[in-house]
Design a protein around this ligand. Structure first.
Ligand code: TYM
Length: 334
């Protein structure tokens, strides 16, 4: 609890380009939360180096991500938007929490298994302890809620386990966080294989809508989306491709799946796919325009970075000091 409000923490990796999955599963849900919660959103650049990055490209992508948070509508005055690597407390708490996390727990993480399979030539220790750093991110800010997509639930569970274990030994040090899933869009699936989640690392470019795709590309990708031969727009598990498109349409328009079924009753898949493409493209257009405007305003973005880094560091340091004292590190002499 900060300033009489509950605290919220979330973030995204600073790699690749964001997809519609990141937007509907996370970013879009963040936009309305600043009145109810004290909010922190990190650009998770420490997590990003678990896979190799080209330094110049990485620096650009991380700054673009911060800019995109703002372009999408996150007010940088009401929300603390900052770079994870600018707040050293993340790495420090992560080390401490490593000593309270078991190998067996980390071995069970599906993201570790997936990423190790994908990067078999670089299965580094950071990839393995990735969830501990994520726990440190969340626990440093004493977050009550963490809005994420379904794919991050396992990491949130381990965060809760670590917090409870630590509290069990040292008393109530950490708030035990809850996940906050959006009602729709929590799992946007690939347009080419609707049994797989939409992912920025997908090799098939038609599988994912990228947040910076232009209108024509978006519509073309939706036109090519894999569906079925049922020829009816119905929200059911037997039609995973159509179900995913209904989910996307619902998440963008706010309509319920039943309403979408009715709207497209008797219409062909071609019409439906075009309609989904159009609402998505219209939703993203203002975000693109704002992004272009903001990238030209270097001084504004620099100011946000400076101010919010300091704010984040202030709160993070409070928790880190408390933890250091609890585990028995010698106090500083001033
Ligand atoms: P990342 O960068 O992979 O994804 C960012 C957010 O987007 C959500 N997401 C999706 N939601 C719905 N459908 C999809 N297809 C889809 N793909 C991604 C993710 O669930 C996530 O909410 N480890 C985290 C980053 C992180 C973090 C944190 C998040 C680091 N520390 C602390 C919250 C709190 C990650 O890799 O997310």
């Amino acid at each position: 609890m900060l300033d009489g409000k509950k605290t919220l923490y979330s973030g995204m990796q600073a790699t690749g380009t964001l997809t519609l999955g990141n937007y509907l599963g996370a970013l879009k849900n963040w936009l309305t939360l600043a009145d109810e919660y004290t909010t922190f959103y990190g650009v998770m650049d420490l997590h990003s180096i678990t896979v190799r990055q080209d330094p110049a490209d990485f620096r650009k992508k991380a700054r673009n991500l911060l800019t995109l948070y703002i372009a999408a509508g996150l007010d940088p005055v009401k929300n603390c938007i900052y770079f994870q690597s600018h707040v050293p407390a993340h790495a420090e708490l992560s080390w401490i929490l490593n000593c309270f996390t078991y190998m067996g727990e980390l071995n069970r993480m599906t993201q570790f298994k997936d990423k190790s399979a994908k990067h078999a030539d670089n299965i580094n220790a950071g990839l393995f302890t990735y969830p501990v750093l994520m726990a440190a991110d969340i626990l440093l800010y004493q977050a009550d809620v963490v809005p994420v997509g379904v794919d991050q639930m396992q990491h949130l569970e381990i965060t809760r386990d670590i917090a409870q274990r630590f509290n069990g030994i040292y008393g109530e040090v950490f708030t035990v966080p809850e996940a906050y899933l959006g009602k729709v869009g929590a799992k946007v699936m690939s347009l080419q294989d609707p049994t797989k989640k939409m992912s920025k690392s997908d090799e098939n470019p038609n599988a994912s809508i990228l947040l910076m795709d232009d209108t024509d590309t978006i519509i073309r990708k939706f036109k090519r989306a894999v569906t079925d031969s049922e020829a009816q727009v119905r929200y059911r598990d037997e039609q995973p491709g159509i179900k995913n498109l209904i989910d996307i349409y619902s998440a963008v328009t706010g309509k319920k799946p039943e309403e979408v079924e009715k709207e497209f009753d008797g219409k062909g898949y071609g019409d439906f796919k075009l309609a989904v493409g159009e609402v998505v493209a219209n939703m993203l257009k203002p975000v693109h325009e704002e992004f272009d405007r903001l990238t030209k305003d270097k001084a504004f973005i620099d100011g946000i970075i400076k101010e919010n880094d300091e704010k984040a560091a202030y709160y993070a340091m409070k928790t880190l000091r408390k933890v250091q004292k609890k585990v028995g590190f010698t106090e500083r002499i001033r």
